[in-house]
Design a protein around this ligand. Structure first.
Ligand code: ATP
Length: 373
């Protein structure tokens, strides 16, 4: 369990967080630049001290202002991966990796790290780099070595501060699968800072949305990324919904993938269905998180003939949220809730109310699924 109940004045921002979460899987700290995400990570690491409050990890008090407890960073048994890999230039790849392990042995007297050297090297795909000098590595390779070094110190918790922020798109797609593998194959829980909704969609189990120094929302990926007010609370995230789907089939003829989703039990509404999207590289049977942006969903009263949109999903209107301006957001329960952003004029012309049956029209190109573990 990670327990944070602390506050700190940081320039103009008052960072004040009350958060208790299970240390399990990946907790994402998500939010716009300057929201306070890194400062929270630094509270956990002991690199930054709250003005008041407590920080506990798995029952051990790391910081308690009033009790005068402030465990030194190196005694907290936390791994830290920074935006820029901070490797020792003189040690080489093997030397950097062994440094983490030696440190653990010296500090905690363990004979052998819980996490084996060979296994980590294989998991991170860095076997071919062991004898290389740090200066000869690409940004993505350096970051993988930095992750390996942090893990070989046998941390109880791995802190990652936007580890993909400093690498280009190509490298990002090279490193992401390794972080997914860490999650799948290691039991080390991770606190992962990011402002990128795609990374959150792909990696997170739980999301704490931080905005202006406060916890604006906390929950699973579906509930946090599915918030209508997401654009107001983040830099760039559009409003939309996240639904869990399974790859049902690959249609080579049409170049499309068929994704199945199931209905929410006991709601008496639609019982799930199939969404067609552009061909995905995933195997049949794989579970994915599919994010459908509200701007990519239209509504109709009846099934529509002679139209380019392939996905016509029957559902029922469950919420209508008006905002300033010409648009309204309509939530439709197609088995899972999705959002459609339509004009106020269309809402009037369709004469829609909560409880009405509608067809949600979802463009195949709109979907951007991310694998779930
Ligand atoms: N030592 C400090 N003194 C004054 N202000 C600070 C200090 N450290 C951070 N801040 C301010 O506190 C706020 C939160 O910073 P923090 O780096 O935690 O945000 P963040 O969400 O991680 O942002 P980013 O994604 O840009 O790294 C910012 O407004 C920052 O300028």
């Amino acid at each position: 369990m990670i327990e944070i109940d602390a506050r700190q004045r940081l320039g103009k921002t008052e960072l004040k967080i009350d958060l208790k979460v299970e240390t399990k899987g990946i907790l994402a700290l998500f939010g716009p630049s300057g929201a306070g995400k890194t400062s929270i990570l630094n509270w956990l690491a002991g690199l930054n001290r709250p003005d008041d409050g407590i920080i506990r990890v798995d029952g051990q008090t790391m910081f308690d202002r009033r009790a005068g407890i402030d465990i030194a960073p190196e005694r907290r048994r936390l791994g830290y991966v920074f935006q820029e890999p901070r490797l020792f230039p003189h040690l080489g790849v093997r030397g950097n990796l062994l440094y983490g392990r030696r440190l653990t042995h010296r500090r905690y007297g363990t004979q052998e790290s819980d996490i084996g050297f060979d296994w980590i090297v294989e998991l991170l795909g860095i076997g071919g780099l062991l004898e290389r000098r740090i200066a000869t590595l690409s940004g993505g390779e350096k970051q993988r070595v930095a992750i390996g070094r942090a893990l070989l110190a046998n941390p109880r918790l791995l802190l990652m501060d936007e580890p993909l922020a400093a690498v280009d798109v190509q490298r990002k797609s090279e490193i992401l699968p390794f972080i997914e593998k860490l999650h799948a194959e290691l039991s080390v829980p991770i606190v992962y800072v990011s402002h990128d909704p795609d990374e959150i969609l792909r990696l997170a189990d739980q999301v704490a949305l931080i905005a202006d120094g406060k916890l604006a929302a906390y929950g699973d990926v579906e509930s946090v990324l599915g918030r209508l007010d997401l654009p107001n609370l983040t830099d760039n995230a559009e409003a939309g919904a996240v639904i869990g789907v399974t790859v049902l089939a690959q249609d080579d003829g049409s170049g499309l993938s068929l994704l199945g989703f199931s209905g929410a039990a006991g709601q008496g509404t639609a019982c799930g269905g199939v969404i067609r999207v552009g061909r995905l590289p995933h195997a049949v049977g794989q579970h994915l998180n599919l994010r459908i942006l509200a701007n990519n969903v239209a509504l109709a009263r009846q099934p529509v003939n002679g139209m380019s949109i392939l996905n016509q999903l029957p559902g029922r209107v469950s919420q209508i949220v008006a905002s300033d301006g010409p648009f309204v957001d309509v939530q439709v329960d197609i088995g899972s809730p999705i959002w459609a952003r339509i004009t106020r004029k269309s809402l009037q012309e369709l004469n829609l109310s909560v409880g009405d049956n509608v067809i949600a029209l979802v463009k195949s190109a709109a979907a951007d699924p991310k694998p779930l573990r």
